[in-house]
Design a protein. Structure first.
Length: 181
């Protein structure tokens, strides 16, 4: 069963509810079909919660995020809903505070803390897993930021820029706005 923010996976006749990011939810097949999710369990005094991830990279990033002060599992899932792990790792590596501030529940201080605390860990990751470009020079990043400035959500802006063709920031913005009509 799929619902926004969660899936129920049946294993051996027992259903397990897993909280998931929108990235993972998009990759989970329809009810009744086989799915493989990487999981993490958080045990608290008042609850036991399961979190599911489409990839190990997403789970690893989740674990890094919940290790940051003032970032709990709910906020970490919201961050993961902002894009694929590779893109989020790149945003950490380049210091893209705006990407994290666009996530509901994250202010400027928490966004900066995520980047400061995780930048070293991300820098240690394999270079082929992360595309590091300076945000100020990347046309796609500039186009995304411009669309967010025009009132689109981060997810909408990412989708519009991903679907747009063109090499310059201006071309990307123009095509994205045409597609948004």
């Amino acid at each position: 069963m799929r619902r926004p923010g969660e899936v129920v996976v049946e294993t051996g006749g027992v259903g397990y509810r897993l909280a998931v990011s929108s990235e993972t939810l998009a990759s989970v097949p329809a009810a009744g079909r086989e799915a493989v999710l990487h999981s993490h369990m958080v045990v608290r005094e008042d609850a036991i919660k399961l979190f599911g991830f489409a990839t190990e990279a997403e789970r690893d990033l989740f674990l890094m995020l919940i290790g940051v002060q003032n970032v709990g599992p709910k906020v970490a899932l919201a961050v993961l809903s902002g894009g694929p792990p590779r893109v989020l790792l790149s945003a950490i590596a380049t210091g893209d505070v705006a990407r994290f501030q666009a996530v509901p529940g994250i202010g400027k201080r928490t966004a900066e803390r995520i980047i400061v605390e995780l930048k070293e860990k991300v820098a240690g990751a394999a270079a082929d897993e992360i595309i590091v470009t300076r945000a100020s020079e990347d046309p796609r990043s500039l186009a995304r930021d411009a669309l967010v400035g025009l009132g689109f959500s981060l997810q909408e802006a990412d989708g519009l820029v991903d679907g747009a063709g063109g090499g310059t920031t201006e071309e990307l913005i123009a095509e994205a706005l045409r597609a948004a009509r």
